[in-house]
Ligand binder design. Structure first.
Ligand SMILES: Cc1cc2nc3c(=O)[nH]c(=O)nc-3n(C[C@H](O)[C@H](O)[C@H](O)COP(=O)(O)OP(=O)(O)OC[C@H]3O[C@@H](n4cnc5c(N)ncnc54)[C@H](O)[C@@H]3O)c2cc1C
Length: 452
């Protein structure tokens, strides 16, 4: 492929940065990835990605894109202990008072720990001849000339300055790009924040073959006004990673007893039954997530050439929907398409694409957060209607595979959210709710007859 530039720099070697670098390697002579951490062995956690110690599901869309970037990824990771399986047929999903129907849907996901996935992608990326890693290097600002970003300024202990034709900031939620932009004469993007005061507590356990009847995932979705949920996901080494989550300050404790009690308080006892018996293999670790955050780069009138921002640095979602890595992958795919058209107005085109990619998962995450009256944010009639409708959809999903599939395609970012409102699905949702009501009425009238 003809290269459109000599040198690209990526700030941050987590999922957003690694996937962006993979794309840049097709378009630039050299790609240098700067990371403030030193890299651990593949599969081990590191300080700069504290969320990596908590359950990370990879959605079907994310897996599809990553496999495209690194052919053979799924097979290699399965050989290293990851589990490939049907997202619907191989998991229990409890939501709004019932379990979704289980069946083989063709939506295939991969279960593994976050460090194994990141470590594998890191190895594959840095094996490319024109990609180099500079670990242990912190970026502190941008270099600019005549309104164009020309490189980065490094911390005092590092190499001073590095020049580049393109700098991609993938430094995560705490990205300093807004501040750096101001320092080189541009405006900060508007920032939106929807506070949820969420916390995770996570522990790893030895898996036993009989757990959950041999299925690989158990998900208890939170259901407003109840602020609690939890998951157990299979990870390599025949282990479970169990993350309990609580919104609005109702945080899961990190002491053994409190953790168990929190699991016991969930609407079904399966996670509690698992962890009260299973052998723990780690401490209980906490992670606090104040709220979903979105930076509106696409709305800026002026933006310097030579700079892009990607991944959580643009938008970090409430993690209970497991969307962040998939959105980072979709943004890398969009970057590839934007670069193949050339450099003119690259930032304008990329941020527009990224914004439309973010709209759907942002709508899913924030829309669901707004079910809780305590969460601040505008509730349009549409948001209220969707939340009412999705609650009904979960009821119909207990019996109707077509409804489950429609929901999971949206949740896995493989179909747009309006698809769950299509006439075919809406009728099934209506029918499913009428049916459940009829069953409930028949049951209670039988009980009345018996009592009489
Ligand atoms: C608790 C939790 C659970 C989650 N669960 C899921 C899930 O199930 N599925 C899913 O898809 N996503 C999940 N996510 C989201 C996912 O972790 C992120 O979306 C994903 O890591 C992509 O982020 P990123 O690469 O943009 O940023 P990050 O992962 O935050 O990485 C930023 C990187 O930049 C480096 N860095 C920062 N500043 C500098 C600097 N100045 N110089 C050099 N390097 C720097 C950091 O060390 C780090 O390596 C979860 C998030 C949380 C918080």
């Amino acid at each position: 492929m003809n290269k459109i530039g000599k040198q690209a720099i990526v700030i941050g070697a987590s999922m957003g940065g690694l996937l962006a670098a993979r794309v840049l390697a097709d378009h630039y002579g050299q790609v240098t990835v700067l990371e403030r951490d030193h890299f651990p062995a593949a599969g081990e956690n590191r300080k700069g990605v504290p969320q990596g110690r908590h359950a990370h599901g990879l959605l079907a869309q994310g897996l599809r894109i990553m496999e495209g970037f690194f052919p053979g990824l799924t097979q290699d990771l399965v050989q290293q202990g990851a589990r490939q399986g049907d997202i619907i047929g191989n998991s229990y999903w409890y939501q709004n008072g019932g379990f979704h129907a289980q069946f083989d849907s063709g939506l295939v996901g991969l279960l593994l720990s976050r460090p194994l996935l990141e470590g594998y992608i890191r190895q594959r990326l840095f094996a490319l001849p024109n990609v180099h890693a500079l670990p242990g290097v912190k970026v502190e600002g941008l270099l600019s000339e005549n309104g164009r970003v020309t490189g980065v300024r490094l911390d005092a202990d590092s190499l001073g300055e590095l020049q580049a034709d393109l700098v991609v900031d993938a430094s995560g939620r705490g990205s300093q790009a807004p501040k750096w932009l101001e320092a080189v004469g541009f405006e900060r993007p508007q920032e939106e924040m929807v506070k949820v005061d969420l916390a995770y507590a996570t522990r790893i356990y030895r898996r036993r073959s009989q757990d959950f009847g041999g299925k690989d995932a158990f998900i208890i979705g939170s259901n407003a006004p109840e602020p609690r949920g939890g998951v157990a996901l299979y990870i390599e080494g025949d282990r479970w990673i169990v993350s309990l989550a609580g919104f609005l300050g109702d945080h899961p404790p990190t002491d053994e007893r409190g953790f168990l009690e929190f699991a016991r308080s969930l609407p079904v006892s399966d996670l509690y039954d698992l962890i009260k018996e299973a052998q723990p293999l780690s401490d209980i670790l906490a992670y606090k997530f104040p709220g979903s955050q979105r930076r509106r780069y696409e709305r800026l009138n002026r933006f310097p050439e030579g700079l892009l921002v990607t991944g959580d640095a643009i938008c970090s979602f409430n993690p209970v929907f497991g969307q962040g890595m998939t959105v980072a992958a979709a943004e890398a795919e969009a970057l590839s398409e934007c670069l193949s058209v050339g450099l003119p107005n690259l930032a304008g085109r990329f941020f527009k694409r990224a914004s439309s990619l973010v709209d759907s998962p942002w709508g899913i995450a924030v829309g669901a957060d707004l079910r809780y009256p305590q969460v601040e944010g505008p509730r349009s009639p549409m948001v209220n209607f969707i939340n009412w409708y999705v609650a009904k959809l979960h009821v119909a999903a207990r019996r109707d595979p077509a409804v489950v599939l429609a929901f999971q395609k949206v949740a896995n970012l493989m179909a747009p959210p309006p698809s769950i409102l299509s006439p075919g699905i809406a009728l099934r949702v209506l029918w499913g709710n009428l049916f459940i009501r009829r069953v409930a009425q028949t049951r209670s009238s039988r009980q009345l007859q018996r009592a009489g």
